[in-house]
Write a protein that binds this ligand. Sequence first.
Ligand SMILES: [Zn+2]
Length: 353
Amino acid sequence: MYGDTPSIQDPNTCNIYFEENRYLDKPYDMPLITLVTTPCHWLTATGGCTTCGYNLVSSLKDEISQQNLINQLNWTLEQIDAAKYPFITLTSAGSFMDKREIADDVRLKMLDILSDNGFKHLNFECRPEYLTNPKRLLKLHDHFEGSISVGIGLESSDDFIRQCCLNKGYKLGIFLKALDALKKTDISFDTYVMLGKPFLNRRENIEDAVNTINFAFNQGAEWAILMVANIQPYTLTNWLWRRGLYQLPSLWDAIEVIHRLPDDRKNMVLIKGVDKALPTPLTFSTTCPNCNEKVIDAIRKWNLTGDYNLLKECREFCNCWKEINDDFFKGTTLMERYSMICEQINNELLAGT
Ligand SMILES: [Zn+2]
């Protein structure tokens, strides 16, 4: 469960926590099940994304057998009853559709088990390069009777920001190719959008999140999930943060992003990462000690209801939203900052060897 992520985990159990969500237009606590699989291929191939700590919930050392994965699912079913939780997110430590993490026949067997147990909606998470083959996607429907959706971490619609600031490793063309395939298969998609990207100042972060959410909806996303950054151990953002070169966003910035969206799009955005995340972060984004809990509570209720008044009223709790430090990175362009910080990374890491 959240907050109790063991560093060495029984390979026959996995991580489960609940996220405030909506299902069939009603408030819903969604079980989010993260299977312990081999790590994301992007991590092992390149070092991975600059903010992601998911390697800590993968099996870096131990071999995970396909039987272990089935055992993990059966262990999950002992705790999650489909009658109470018809909608679940079941995903892996990287990409649910990557054969290196879950063999194709095992994934389909898992879907059979979920379908037989009465689950009605399955969501999973995946990088877009594993979503470009419609035939492979269509097979999922043969093994799961309910509806299916996938969450894709686009994070930014800007190639430079996604590629260079986040080291996400794919260009927009791959994302669009995945959407083309998904549209042929009746699998809907959600888009993850990060708020708090390294190298960007506050204004750029808010604007990039707004632009990316609008882009995602223009492409047909059902939901956008605004992921408020936190500090994960062993990440570049942690390294930068400790040197005063990275500042987490304020929770007020997340509310500002919603505020800037067209009214008919606001309530299709969930704000996540504010009080729970895998693995357990070193610190979360906050407001101030006087209002932080109240703002988090309002965001939780927002995720359950989509009632924008809950977010608007937050500003009455406290005046600290007027006092956010806008001077971080003042007077530099994104490119200047990027070059300067990369040079420092280079110098310090080389100096340390
Ligand atoms: Zn405050």
